[in-house]
Write a protein that binds this ligand. Structure first.
Ligand code: ARG
Ligand code: ASP
Length: 718
């Protein structure tokens, strides 16, 4: 008995700090996580999930585009991801006649699948610990200020040198990358294969794929069918190739089996994907900085901006469409910042991190190690010293760069000015370039009247909070020429700038002159902001060198102190695994949210007068007729979404959610508001991943899209 207890105590000791916390690195699964995963119900071996030298589940997980995850679900290269991840592609094919955003899209045969220039899907072929190699190379550099140990350029250079030019030439579409983990205490190399002929296969209408929109975003209970379907194409040999009619569907190494057996509360669940960024190793001072500067500036500024935007959108249906996507992305980060501050305060993250620091100091003092105290003092001082600069940087970014659209008018005008002055033959070429840049800025969604209104509010707030001497140099004109009258200043910019309207631009085209460009107020405005940004970045960079070193030392100390515990490295958009259980939660006293939502909830939320909650007639009919095929729950209701204690963040959207057998049971697409603080400190009783139930996805493909051809490709088990 006693021995059993000791054995138990030892296993418990080596378990992660809080069960369900963690974004784990695949090569370490066996060592770090298998006992706990098995205890939670996993039926697989570690090599089923990740194996360095044979196909495993990880081979069916891909980076989708630039910031999402996707999963392969058929031997013919079919990929599932979120609707919000495929949104750009779906939108790009949408016209008034074929409005796929509104109507949805289903290719009924392979030649109806739509190519998407610029979209890629990336497989991770190989993951290697290259810490020793990188450290040896770094040791050759004796510049104490060198930032090479974190520099992607330097590290990727090392990666290339390691595999050699020939390897890359022999393997088209293959790239290698080395990334720093634990602040630069460890390094992994990733061998990636990138496919660039990715075609749109299917998407539900936005009223399903984006149901609940901004109101429901970051919220549970959730009722969004957030998925879309793509296919990977390759050359005849299965190698990556640019789009060509001759390309054929990729036959991948692995694809997911799909389970429609259903789920229960407390079932094991795991997610593989590409979480983007977390800050688990923040110190208490950085927590406060994040709350009081980063999040607070973002919340206050976006509140002002979104209010103007929304007023305009509600007033004018045309503007509502034009600003839908801008509003959504503004709102997404805004709501995240609110949730983050909520958790920081409610759970006193400052104290949590302070306790960690103090434990380290006590331990280090006992060991007679002084470097950790030095590092912590340094971080404390840096955070204090950079306070004003950081505030200015956040204000500049939120209020002026993101806030005001005309701060990104084209400013690369020197070649044209040169050509105009010298009357060179390049003149027309340069004018065409400028026109193209102008059209990119003044695209179909740009409404000068809205930008003008927002700019007035943004400038007002910016000038109220930032000392005039610390503003972009050009702003001096507001005080001098306009006697501080922001409204008059902005109106005047819109009168005079060549970029403020098509008329103004056409007038300029009739008589292009260097003088007009040199004096253009929008160009001067944008340039002045860019200069201020560079200055601030440079001033802040001088702190970064010291900060990054101190951070690396601090993390090293924590790892050393808790040698017998396992620690996951902060997310850095590399392939990770997180596991936990399907579970509801108590958001507030007396309130419990269960783990599963159903189509009943979609109908409850239905509101034909509110664009966010419109339900398409066809879905209503399916609901009325209970035409759910084989996907209904035992009680006859249709499942829509579920939530789990898995630890996810931005970038995990589109990730495969698997059951204990490694079968696909859902697609991850969000987190709950109460849980976004998990980017800094995991909250077991609050944090939930929000997942669209695979049965809802299949039901929509079969009954709504009537795309049985797609189902036939998939391995569906019940
Ligand atoms: N909150 C999710 C994520 O961070 C979904 C965002 C897309 N939806 C939206 N309404 N903006 O990406
Ligand atoms: N919605 C996020 C994404 O797009 C996921 C999250 O932040 O939980 O990656």
């Amino acid at each position: 008995m006693k021995r059993l207890f000791i054995a138990l105590a030892i296993t418990l000791l080596s378990l992660p700090v809080a069960a369900d916390e963690g974004m784990w690195v695949l090569p370490l699964l066996q060592k770090q996580n298998m006992p706990e995963m098995k205890a939670l119900g996993l039926k697989l071996q570690d090599y089923d999930i990740y194996s360095p030298d044979s196909a495993s589940l990880k081979d069916a997980v891909v980076i989708f585009g630039g910031g999402c995850t996707g999963e392969v679900v058929s031997p013919d290269g079919l990929v599932l991801t979120n609707h919000h991840c495929g949104y750009g592609a779906i939108q790009s094919h949408s016209t008034l006649e074929h409005d796929y955003l509104t109507e949805g899209f289903w290719a009924t045969s392979r030649n109806e699948e739509l190519p998407n220039p610029g979209l890629s899907v990336t497989f991770i072929d190989k993951i290697e610990d290259v810490t020793d190699y990188v450290k040896k190379e770094l040791a050759k550099d004796n510049d104490p200020e060198s930032m090479n140990y974190l520099s992607p350029k330097y590290l990727n250079g090392l990666a290339k040198a390691r595999v050699g030019e020939k390897f890359l030439q022999d393997n088209p579409g293959t790239e290698v990358e080395i990334k720093a983990f634990y602040g630069g205490n460890q390094y992994y190399m990733f061998t990636k294969k990138i496919y660039r002929d990715i075609r749109l296969v299917g998407a539900p209408p936005s009223s399903i794929g984006k149901f609940g929109s901004d109101t429901d975003n970051w919220m549970w209970p959730r009722h969004t069918g957030d998925f879309s379907v793509f296919r990977i194409y390759a050359d005849a040999n299965g190698n990556p190739a640019e789009y060509s009619e001759k390309n054929v569907p990729l036959h991948p190494k692995r694809w997911f089996k799909i389970s429609i057996r259903g789920i229960k509360e407390n079932d094991f669940a795991m997610i593989m994907g590409f979480p983007g960024r977390t800050n688990k190793y923040y110190t208490s001072w950085e927590v406060a900085e994040r709350r009081d500067i980063d999040n607070t500036v973002r919340i206050n500024i976006r509140e002002l901006r979104q209010k103007v935007m929304l007023d305009e959108m509600l007033r004018n249906p045309q503007i509502r469409i034009q600003y839908a996507s801008k509003y959504a992305s503004s709102e997404n980060a805004y709501k995240n910042a609110i949730g983050s501050n909520w958790a920081i305060n409610k759970r006193n993250f400052e104290k949590v991190k302070r306790d960690e620091q103090e434990a380290l100091l006590a331990w280090a003092d006992k060991q007679g190690k002084s470097e950790y105290r030095t590092a912590l003092n340094q971080i404390r001082d840096i955070v204090a010293d950079r306070h004003d600069l950081r505030f200015r940087q956040w204000m500049l970014n939120e209020a002026l760069r993101t806030g005001i659209e005309f701060s990104s008018v084209p400013t690369d005008i020197d070649p044209l000015i040169e050509a105009l002055k010298s009357k060179s033959s390049d003149k027309q070429k340069e004018i065409d370039k400028l026109t193209a840049a102008f059209r990119r800025f003044y695209d179909k969604d740009y409404v000068p009247e809205v930008d003008k209104k927002i700019a007035k509010v943004m400038l007002q707030e910016y000038r109220r909070l930032i000392p005039h001497t610390s503003q972009p140099a050009y702003f001096a004109i507001i005080d001098k020429k306009y006697k501080g009258d922001i409204s008059r200043f902005v109106d005047d910019i819109f009168d005079k700038s060549i970029f403020a309207s098509n008329e103004n631009y056409n007038k300029f085209l009739k008589r292009p002159s260097a003088k007009a460009l040199l004096n253009d107020p929008m160009i001067l405005f944008a340039k002045s902001i860019a200069t201020e940004r560079e200055n601030l970045n440079k001033a802040l960079e001088s702190y970064d060198t010291a900060y990054n070193r101190a951070h690396r030392t601090y993390v090293k100390g924590l790892l050393e102190m808790e040698k017998d515990q396992v620690h996951w490295p902060d997310a850095n958009f590399t392939l990770r695994l997180t596991y936990g259980q399907i579970k509801g939660y108590h958001p507030r006293d007396c309130v419990y949210y269960t783990h599963q939502t159903t189509l009943d909830g979609v109908m409850e939320k239905e509101d034909s007068t509110n664009w966010e909650f419109v339900v398409p007639q066809k879905l209503k009919d399916l609901y009325q007729n209970k035409d759910f095929g084989r996907y209904a729950l035992k009680d006859g209701r249709m499942p829509v979404a579920f939530c789990a204690t898995t630890h996810t963040t931005g970038g995990n959207s589109g990730s495969p959610v698997m059951n204990a057998n490694g079968e696909l049971i859902g697609i991850n697409f969000d987190r709950n508001w109460e849980g976004v603080g998990g980017d800094i400190e995991y909250l077991p009783d609050y944090q939930r991943s929000i997942i669209v139930d695979i049965r809802y996805v299949l039901f929509l493909i079969e009954k709504y899209g009537e795309a049985n051809n797609l189902l036939e490709e998939m391995d569906i088990t019940d």
